[in-house]
Design a protein around this ligand. Structure first.
Ligand code: MG
Length: 361
């Protein structure tokens, strides 16, 4: 089997609820959807979703990189995942979003070719995964009302964005805890907003509201600060922007700098690299979460959910971005049970049968 073409489709659609985080605001799903076409008729679907606030990439650059990589990959067997990733690595540095789109599509082809759903091919620990639901930064009352609605709808973990000011963050988390009651888990994400001692001080105060974990309290490059917070926080600390790939993961666990790691396919460049992070973390006794970019539209979330379900050491998921879309840009993929459980398709690969006509036009 050989790759004969890689087609790109630009997607830019407004979110039902714009998401404000400490770094800025996300208003649209933004994606480069790809079709990796093969000489025996199998098409693999992938998605590269640039998150300008997190990865610094944009849609035009992602499309251009995928088109450049297409020329390098034509003639390669897409099932040779290590070879595909090696060609991409030596063709362009960084550009993880474009690489993720192609890596996901090649895994889809691998599953289709083997006649197996991707979650079975990747490990098969489970065929489903439970996601949280995220509440963006807003006035405390509005955040509490939204959190309550999500909890009433069936989500039992609410992820809350924080990181603007000490007093506002306390008011937000207090209001949410009072609204959802004691049985709903609350996890926080500061998106790099604090520095070491400041982070410890505010997390100690926020811990009064029974917090499950805090994501990325300090700037992404501040490994020492992250370790300081982890060593001194009463709440488990998770690396997100501070863990891009397996090399970051190795450093973080070697230095005991985190309790948990949040993996995103758009940070690490796809499933191939994500599995390395999971294995490094598992060897160190560090559990992982599978996350997504707020800009994603669902194909990459199907891939992330497949990996999350497949591997025992992925114990949490934050795969809620496609809930904000009025219509998904594809047919097939996972189904949803009891609001929060993503049930993976038992069709081969990602189980995606095609892109919607409005994407192709
Ligand atoms: Mg995060």
């Amino acid at each position: 089997m050989k790759i004969t073409d890689i087609r790109t489709h630009r997607l830019e659609v407004p979110l039902a609820h714009p998401l404000r985080i400490s770094l800025g605001i996300v208003t649209h799903a933004i994606s480069c959807l790809v079709e990796v076409v093969t000489d025996d008729g199998i098409i693999g679907y992938g998605e590269g979703s640039p998150g300008p606030l997190i990865t610094g990439e944009n849609l035009a650059g992602t499309v251009a990189t995928v088109e450049m990589l297409r020329d390098k990959l034509i003639g390669t067997d897409p099932r040779d995942i290590e070879a595909v990733n090696a060609i991409m690595s030596r063709s362009v540095a960084y550009a993880m979003t474009a690489k993720a789109a192609i890596d996901i599509a090649c895994h889809d082809i691998l599953g289709k070719s083997a006649g197996l759903p991707l979650y079975k091919l990747l490990g098969g620990f489970s065929g489903e995964i439970e996601t949280d639901m995220t509440v963006g930064i807003d006035e405390p009352g509005k955040m509490a009302a939204l959190a309550k609605k999500h909890a009433d709808d069936g989500f039992d973990t609410i992820k809350t964005k924080v990181g603007t000011s000490f007093s506002d963050d306390i008011s937000r988390v207090k209001a949410i805890r009072e609204a959802v009651g004691p049985d709903v888990k609350i996890r926080l994400d500061a998106n790099q907003a604090w520095h070491g001692k400041e982070a410890v001080r505010i997390i100690e105060r926020l811990s009064e509201y029974d917090i499950e974990l805090v994501e990325q309290p300090v700037p992404r490059y501040d490994f020492d600060g992250l370790k300081f917070v982890t060593d001194n926080s009463p709440v488990p600390i998770m690396a997100d922007e501070g863990c891009w790939d397996s090399k970051d993961a190795l450093r973080l666990v070697s230095e005991h700098a985190v309790d948990l790691i949040n993996i995103k396919l758009m940070k690490c460049g796809g499933l191939h690299e994500a599995m390395k992070i999971v294995h490094i973390a598992e060897a160190a006794g560090v559990e992982c979460m599978l996350g997504c970019m707020a800009e994603e539209s669902g194909i990459a979330i199907n891939a992330a959910a497949s990996l999350g379900a497949a591997m025992k050491n992925i114990t949490r998921a934050d795969l809620d971005a496609s809930f904000s879309l009025a219509e998904l840009p594809f047919d097939g993929g996972f189904s949803i049970k009891d609001t929060r459980h993503l049930i993976l398709s038992d069709e081969p690969g990602l189980g995606i049968s095609g892109l919607k006509p409005w994407v192709l036009s």
